[in-house]
Design a protein around this ligand. Sequence first.
Ligand code: MOS
Length: 735
Amino acid sequence: MTTLETRRVVGAGIDRVDAPLKVTGTAHYPNDFSYPGMVHAALVGSTVAAGRIRGIDASEAQSAPGVLTVITHLTAPRLERGPMTLLGPSPPAPMQDDRILHYGQHIAIVVADTPEQARHAASLVRVEYDPAEAVLDVDDPRAQIVENPWGLDTERGDVAAGFAQADVVVEGTYTTPDNTNNPLGLMATIASWHGDSLTVHDSTQWPHNVRTTLATVFQVPESGVRVLAPFVGGGFGAGLRVWSHVILTALAAREVKHPVKLVLTRPQMFTSVGHRPNSVQRIKVGVTREGDLVAIEHYGMSSVAMEDDDYEPVSFGSAVAYDCPNVLTQDRQARLNIPCPGSMRAPAEGQGNFALECAIDEAAYAIGMDPLEFRLRNYAEEHPLLGLPWSSKALRECYREGAERFGWSRRDPEVGSMRDGRWLVGYGVAGVSYPFYQVPCQARASLRRDGSAYVRSAATDIGTGTYTVMTQLAAELLGLDVGRVRFDLGDSDMPYSPQAGGSGLTGALANAVHTACRNLVREFLDVVRDDEASPLRGAAPDDVTVTDGRLHRVGTPEQGESYTDILARHGLEELSADGRSTPPRAEEIGMATSGAFGAKFVEVRVDPGLGLLRVARVVSAIDGGRILNEKTATSQIVGGTVGGISQAMFEETATDAGTGRIANATFGDYLMPVNADVPDMEVIFCGGPDRATAVGTKGVGEVGLVGVAAAIGNAIHHATGRRLRALPFTIDQLL
Ligand code: MOS
């Protein structure tokens, strides 16, 4: 068998295989599709955050030009709630009663001949409410508290005894705001029914989940539901769940008996497709004068919607980041009248790492130790909860090589001592131990008579490079040029794929593709097993390798023949094979399966007179296991770093305290970094293939973001002596 080490396709920074389609406008995103007779939908959102709908008058909307129907809770059929998924329960079914649980809740869907007519008619739906006082703040005593929502609270050792032993204890309360995912592409759904069969184009990160959910909600056979998402205009987590607008579009299409297209507006993107929930975190770190961590206590409180669940164990990362004998982590959620939160760009880790890595920095300062040295001294050589060796961990190399590249040794440890004219200069570091979210996956590989390969799985490429890296991997494993391999995705009729999310897709899919390609080579050897004409007759898979479309015995290249010769001689048009991957289990392999690790080094400039903050440089040193394409992987880390700068300095979804309305639900008001805010960013990859899987890839989707906020906060402290504990870091905090 060909091995990954033998060729130079995997890892090479080749251009994206889908780039020509994208730059010529021929990549079709969900809202680019049209069907004959297609009509358009628009949503009506609640203008209060809590209460009941007293009356809803759709008569004027109904008689507006072009309108086919207006569906409200009074006319909507009973719908099943979607199923439990690997990411938790589905959001509640829409428009099932008169209750209002949050601002922007979908309370009517209008269908008309054109999008403009639908939107106009939506503005004519008259709603009267019996409003109730909304619960909008995690500190509101009326908020129902959910304890240990995911069963991930941890406790080891004796935390009280640990703090008693500490020479220094640092303590702080850190807050992070609501953030909104805001992929650039407005999320769109097109639904088209033929009897009980349903075809859907959707801005999803997980086509199979949409298929299963719609089959459940509408009680139709899953085999008749097809979900297509060959291109998606970004995700950031917003496309992980099947939100109510998707269900309402399918409902509307069934009622009007036409294909229906719905495109969310930008303000609706703030209330319809999830968001990062805010958090309040209390963290306490105990340390000896020699620099040993002896106790960590981390309490996280996040907001969650009234009748939904969302996975945000913000404190959990503190249980696995360092070698510390006494650690307690505990998470709670407060139920509020807010739109459903959902995963957003490193959910939970993005918030929790900020608190932990600032507190670790503060502890290092408190005992006068270099913060980098402090992290290395308390390095977790083993998985702290499992007591097992990591399947790979090159975080030490990340710290060392990152520090070297950054020039950490030029740092004067004294706070406020480095200057550049009127600017105070600060250096900050943060470490990242990203969890590995592992899921089963399937793929199918085919080789055709013309010598080309076709490999597919129902995954998505949300801009991350899935098409490209899987093409490279299949090309290498099948011994073909990249140009002879087509990798396809984004169709729920293809073999099962999990979501593009949780930094887990590349690892899961790579191992499924790996197995499919190995099985395909086996298929060829099976065909020639008793073939007297074949130099490969009777060869075992391990005796054979593939080069330039030719199978041959290892060590004797002349003893072999091409795929096409075998297919032609046996009268076959193609051969196919399936592959699947299942996540390795720690107890079976005797190792803790590792996610990505990283070290972030940041230089900031602060103008103390004006409260200005500039990020001047960022060096990211990342252990992502085997890197399948150094160019797309680097882009992932660069993009994540921009997301981290955005989290640290800009993004904040503002909810009006009285009404629950999102006050900044436009791209004009919701701040994000522009080019001038983004400095030079360097990315280096450390470590090698992970030992837990055949391909050895870990995810690099989210590790790029995590740690940036803490490193910026720590650099601000180095520059100014101030500990900022509330994101985003705004001018008022720096004055
Ligand atoms: Mo990501 S928040 O797992 O799409």
